[in-house]
Design a protein around this ligand. Structure first.
Ligand code: G4P
Length: 527
């Protein structure tokens, strides 16, 4: 019997959040270099001797240019097991990107120091805030001309509303980037360019006042000493408690492409970021070290190949000991699942480990009977909470070319909505169905799956909706009045929850002002 508590304590599960082009991919590669294991998933296992779809997943990757394999990367570092979850950006940005953040215990925020805080980072950080997720910050690209470092910290504090505690501080930038000063260790780490370094060959000089530094780069070190005076006055000292509460972020500086400053952030994640903790469920919180296995679904990846309708559900393990071949229950359907076709995400080049503990992610192939938010356990009927649907930011009206296919369309959208691929709204007034998403990819996926799986040729047309808010009110009478008064702007979603579809930000604000008793929710819990 494994020592579950020990296994949990050495796990770290995090995601990288960033705006496209800030350097997430580059940084991920470097993190994997440190672990000595560049590899990801791809270890899809046979289903009762038959071959399950390794190549199918590769096909999807080719077709869509996405990487199923790199959705989850597990590697060892300093006696720890690190799970790094991808948050797809660019054209793959979707509601799943948000939901991945409900499955991690901490996040690494990467900022392009030439650009500062950008759009997608703001959105992703807002999601982290829902669960007070601890954030480590990396200011990237110091080998280039970047913005003033103090100004960057100021922007993080004012825009993202999180206090900054610089742990390292850059010495120069661009052509005169000399390295970083480690404030807590009182050491200077010298910068050398070179993308391929995989071992720690950084030269270290002790003490900020070390005369060697004045010999090496007198101008930059003098400037740094002056800046640090300011930094000490203007920023916050690192404090573990505030970091764990999600109110303070340790900030590191470096250059991902030169693999400089990367080891320091990995060390911070291992030393400071939390191990998997207790998770809320309907009956009671579940502790990670409990003996019985439990998990929830935070993401479903559908196969886009019409010949193979398999999809893979990503489960975050919350407690117990998962072993290949074990049986557990799919609680919503009350069905037993024999876990012999489960996908684990292990580093290549070592023996296939067939077990998982809290914090780890396992993939469950299925044919569409698993939904976002579903819970699994070895026994007790508990449903994990905190895996929400997020207010969509893009909307389309669905039209079909062949009206005879309306039944198939409704069925398809119902199922795709339940699965979490897209949100489906049925206006209280009118027959059109409205789709809501947080990324355009979701519409493309739905159009293609409607065609392939349901034989429906659907067209999606733009509609002027700014956002949706789920509406509730403790006073049922008042809610009914609200429904009557605003029925042209109200709809019900796949779970029959009432949603207000605002035509603009101003429209939303005015409505909120006029109906103070109504609560407008930005997320909706899985039903
Ligand atoms: P993303 O996953 O966040 O979208 O970013 P990615 O790692 O792909 O990096 C975006 C661009 O920024 C890439 O350049 C990458 O080489 C560059 N980059 C990443 N880290 C650093 C850094 O520390 N310094 C500098 N100077 N550049 C960095 P690209 O031109 O878009 O692609 P490539 O042709 O260089 O691969």
């Amino acid at each position: 019997m494994p020592d579950i508590a020990r296994e949990v304590a050495r796990r770290r599960t995090f995601a990288i959040i960033s705006h496209p082009d800030a350097g997430k991919t580059t940084l991920t590669e470097k993190l994997l270099l440190f672990s000595g294991a560049i590899q990801m998933a791809g270890t899809v296992k046979g289903k009762k001797g038959g071959k399950f779809a390794t190549s199918d997943w590769m096909d999807i990757e080719k077709q869509r240019g996405i990487s199923v394999a790199s959705s989850v990367m597990q590697f060892d570092y300093r006696e720890h097991v690190v799970n790094l979850l991808d948050t797809p950006g660019h054209q793959d940005f979707s509601e799943d990107t948000y939901r991945v953040l409900t499955a991690v215990d901490s996040a690494l925020m990467v900022i392009d120091a030439a650009k500062g805080v950008e759009d997608q980072t703001i959105k992703l950080l807002n999601v982290c805030r829902l669960r007070h997720t601890p954030i480590v910050t990396f200011m990237n690209k110091y080998d280039r001309e970047v913005r003033d470092s103090l100004e960057l910290l100021d922007e993080v504090e004012s825009v993202l509303k999180i206090r900054c505690a610089p742990v390292t501080w850059p010495i120069g930038m661009g052509k005169t980037f000399r390295g970083v000063y480690h404030i807590l260790n009182d050491q200077v780490l010298l910068f050398t360019a070179g993308a391929e370094r995989d071992s720690d060959v950084t030269e270290v000089i002790d003490g900020l006042d070390n005369p060697r530094l004045d010999e090496l780069f007198p101008l930059e070190i003098e400037q740094t000493r002056m800046e640090l005076e300011l930094v000490r006055g203007a920023s916050h000292p690192f404090n573990l408690e505030d970091f764990l509460a999600g109110t303070l972020t340790p900030v590191f500086f470096g250059s991902a492409i030169n693999n400089f400053g990367v080891r320091e952030i990995l060390n911070a994640l291992v030393d400071w970021a939390p191990a998997p903790g207790a998770r809320d469920a309907t009956v009671r919180p579940v502790a990670p070290s409990e003996g019985k296995f439990s998990a929830f679904v935070f993401k479903i990846q559908a196969n886009m190949d019409p010949k193979h309708r398999d999809r893979i559900a990503f489960l975050r393990v919350c407690s117990g000991h998962f072993e290949r071949g074990m049986k557990f229950k799919h609680l919503r359907l009350g069905r037993d699942i024999a876990a012999n076709s489960v996908v684990t995400f292990m580093a290549q080049g070592r023996e296939q480990v067939e077990e998982a503990f809290a914090g780890d992610i396992i993939g469950l192939p299925n044919h569409g009977n698993i939904q976002i938010g579903d819970s699994f356990s070895e026994g007790e009927a508990l449903a994990f909470t905190g895996i929400p649907y997020f207010a969509p930011e893009m909307f389309r009206v669905v039209r079909i070319r062949n009206p005879l296919k309306i039944k198939q369309l409704q069925k398809g959208l119902q199922q795709l909505g339940e699965e979490g691929a897209v949100q489906v709204f049925k206006p209280l007034n009118g027959a059109d169905l409205i789709l809501g998403a947080v990324g355009v990819l979701q519409f493309e996926v739905v159009a293609s799956r409607l065609a392939n799986e349901y034989g429906v040729d659907a067209m999606f047309e733009p509609i002027t909706i700014y956002t949706a808010r789920w509406a509730s009110c403790p006073d049922a009478k008042r809610l009914a009045e609200f429904e009557r008064a605003l029925e042209n702007n109200l709809a019900r979603d796949a779970a029959d929850s009432l949603a207000y579809l605002a035509t603009s930000r101003v429209n939303l604000e005015l409505t909120q002002e006029r109906w103070p008793e109504i609560v407008f929710h930005e997320t909706r819990e899985h039903a």
